[in-house]
Design a protein around this ligand. Sequence first.
Ligand code: AMP
Ligand code: MG
Length: 400
Amino acid sequence: MISVEEAQMIILDSTRPNPPRRVSLKDSLGLVLAEDVIASVDLPPFTSSAMDGYALRGEDTAQASEESPCRLQRVEDLPAGKVARRKITARTCARIMTGGLLPRGAGAVVMLEETESVGDEIKIKRVVSTGENIRYQGEDVRKGKTVLQKGTAIHAQQVALLAALGFSRPLVFPRPSVAFLSTGNELVPVSKKLSPGKIRDSNSDTLEALLREAGANPVRLGIAKDSRASLRKKIRKGLARDLLLVAGGVSAGTHDLVKEILEAEGVKELFWKVRMKPGKPLFFGKKGKTLVFGLPGNPASSFVSFQLFVRPALRKRMGAREALPVFEKARLAQDLTHAPGRVDFIRAVCERNHGAPGIRSSGMQGSHCLSSLAHANALLRLGENVSKRSKGEEVEALIL
Ligand code: AMP
Ligand code: MG
């Protein structure tokens, strides 16, 4: 059996990013840039007003004061989007709105609130310095500058810049398509009534949710029976995708046929079984570019395996620079015992009470137990070589 870290290395070593593709800006959310973004225009693209006010020549106000205001002639109105017809010359000004293109000759804008007007005569009671309330062309971004680097993840804040620069179709690493299926004669679809001996297929919806959260395109294959024919049919379909996840049927039980079928379909095993709890019976293999995960059937195990192994594979496939989950430090809020020799991932609640986050188990840890999973916001890692951890000690947690 290999360690969690060895398993992660094997997965990342056998995963390459998907070939880049252009997508609409809307669809690029959550994806990673596959090219440097170079500004094709200045931002702002022209010099404009930062306020509603009057565009003027600062020098006209050089002598202005409360007692002897300067008086300027308003020659034009410039709402945003309008181009001035006239140049601002000595003792003239133009009414201008925020974002309005600054007229030629003007060097500053005085706020509306600081002026008085009688007809077309505008009174200004203070000195206005050149540059006041002006947004200069290119002060934010210079044309030709690299503003975002290849490998940057696109969130809403990056969308704003891409949109302003006119990148309507950024080049990104596209979403992997991921087929997934559940296996087991005991499984019934979620919408169906339970009969004795049956349980609902909770893994399909959980995997779909995890895949969507990770930014992948889920392709649901449904429930396969524990029969060669049923498994073969779905597995063949799934092997046409970027990834195939098969939940259940991968331990060493008499009905666990998944490994056998995968191998018969040409999937090369890269590892099977990891020294961890929950989630020991994990299978990983590859056929062509398709990565295949045989996940444990128990829901908590498949959830944890997804976080530690499937998500990193997806992240790498989607071009992320850092694919592995990042564990944070937290203080134990209770004593915990643990069987040495493998790593435990405990479903946990991590709370921040003015200071270092405190962490505790979220309930019963059986790999079939769903309530502790539903109440967890973290996975607490206990290392292979410890048998006991005490309240107050520092541990590592993966925040979900
Ligand atoms: P297996 O890995 O197929 O031996 O399954 C291990 C345990 O997980 C068994 O108790 C199964 O009934 C349960 N299990 C397998 N698949 C699912 C599923 N899709 N939803 C809920 N429980 C499952
Ligand atoms: Mg089974």
